[in-house]
Design a protein around this ligand. Structure first.
Ligand code: ZN
Length: 317
């Protein structure tokens, strides 16, 4: 049998990305800035336009289905958007049915970090493991898990929102409205905020130079640490400490064989790696101390590959 061809979609607050996938190889791709102000109807139009673009010249009958990986929380059992903080105004939108009606194809949806966990499990850094946790660390923090050889979904398909584990009674405000969540301490947004404070208060030559040419963000911290700036290295060490604390709790909760880190901050994984493992080795209970954290293999494509994999595995059942 030739490889199934599917459409994979990754819907986020910044971009909506669409790919034509054969096997697990992306054949063509296209993206647009998410039309948040246009609401769900506009976003649906964007998705359909992107699908037309990547499928141009292709035999539509060769496409077996559509997989959508979306920022959450979305109810993947009912197929509706519950409320995505980064894409407001879509609450209650029946995205699975609406997309299926437009495309005339079966559509499956998954919370993005769960789709990414599936992508990494089948085709990336999680191959061969029966237990793993994937976390994405970027604007926020999301997670997905494979437990006992099965992708974990939970009620309404919303399992593993580990970004909202509270690490302390008090702390920085979180995007969810609570405070002191893992995400509020360790996301790229949190690192950016600490970097902006540092660039105002401290004598980081690198950050001050950067801040003159625009707003300091987490990427500048990683670049500064790479060239040895002491303030950036201190910010990176602090970030690794927060990541290590959250990951240590994740390891205790799920007992994975490995933890895979993706998202924008994974670009600086080499800088965080030692600090994360130091916390695990010091804070985890003895049988958990040796668990390793690795960088995602598929990078930005974990969710797209996972969305495609979900459709391919469903269609071959
Ligand atoms: Zn939170």
């Amino acid at each position: 049998m030739s490889s199934a061809r599917v459409i994979a979609i990754d819907l986020g607050g910044t971009q909506v990305r669409v790919a034509l996938v054969e096997g697990h190889q992306i054949q063509s791709r296209a993206a647009l800035k998410t039309d948040i102000s246009g609401g769900p109807a506009a976003i649906l139009d964007q998705i359909v336009a992107l699908i037309d673009h990547v499928g141009e010249g292709q035999d539509k009958n060769s496409i077996v289905g559509v997989g959508l990986s979306s920022a959450g929380p979305i109810d993947t059992e009912a197929g509706i958007i519950l409320g995505i903080p980064t894409i407001p105004g879509c609450e209650g939108f029946p995205i699975r049915q609406a997309l299926s009606d437009r495309m005339g194809l079966p559509v499956q949806i998954e919370n993005d970090a769960i789709a990414a966990a599936l992508g990494e499990w089948r085709h990336g850094a999680g191959r061969g493991f029966r237990n793993l946790v994937y976390i994405t660390v970027s604007t926020g923090i999301g997670g997905g898990a494979v437990v006992d050889g099965r992708l974990l979904h939970g009620r309404q398909g919303m399992a593993v929102h580990v970004g909202h584990m509270r690490l302390a009674r008090e702390g920085p405000l979180c995007s969810c409205g609570a405070s002191a969540c893992f995400e509020a301490f360790a996301s790229g947004t949190a690192l950016t905020e600490r970097a902006q404070t540092a660039s105002r208060l401290a004598d980081s030559e690198f950050l001050q130079l950067t801040s003159k040419s625009g707003d300091v963000n987490a990427r500048h911290v990683i670049e500064g640490a790479q060239v040895g700036d002491p303030q950036c290295r201190a910010l990176v060490a602090e970030e690794a400490m927060y990541l290590g604390q959250g990951i240590t709790s994740i390891i205790h909760a799920f007992s994975p064989e490995r933890v895979i880190m993706g998202g924008g901050l994974a670009q600086g994984f080499d800088l965080f790696e030692a600090g994360i493992h130091e916390v695990i080795e010091s804070d985890a209970m003895a049988p958990f101390k040796t668990i390793r954290v690795v960088r995602s293999d598929l990078g930005d494509d974990s969710g797209l590959v996972g969305a495609a994999t979900m459709v391919i595995e469903q269609s071959s059942n």
